[in-house]
Design a protein around this ligand. Sequence first.
Ligand code: URA
Length: 197
Amino acid sequence: MSKTDLMRQIRDEVLNLRESSLYTYRTQNKYFPVIGDGDHDAEIIFIGEAPGKNEAMTGKPFCGASGRILDELLQSINLDRKTVYVTNIVKDRPPENRDPTPQEIELYAPFLDRQIEIIKPKVIATLGRFSMQYIMKRYGLDFELDAISKIHGKEFRTKTDIGEFTVIPLYHPAVAVYNGNTKDELKKDFTTLKKYV
Ligand code: URA
């Protein structure tokens, strides 16, 4: 099966994920699940938390205020967004943009694992603490976990059953919408990504 077919299979499974606490909220609001967007052969995959309203209305990840920051950060290192892959752990919008629950993360994370296996990136860049915690625990880096303020921008190499790659925790772009210092930190951390492309 092609990578596109495997991604479509994930989309179809998420579309029918009735056991999710977010399923009824999605269908009642005529929202879309947000599977991910970009190159299926990308070297870098960016993983956020969960879709916001703009994303749920369009089915595209990071297309609102946080997306504008992400676009600006990508531009700052001359990286075309079409050449990377962007997704989230949780594929449906939580009401009122609340944090995803541990149950929601557990339910949706296997789809993310499959996306990582399909893309086989060189780098996983996590956006925010939820994806940082999930990815570092999932891929053998739990012993390196610390507060995001301590480990953002660091490169963690890991050998896993699906190959070797580097995990780089980054702040969530939403924080940078209102906090110029975080935006500066993010800009600095993005320069680390440059050497992988
Ligand atoms: N915040 C996220 O974590 N993901 C999105 O797709 C948009 C906002």
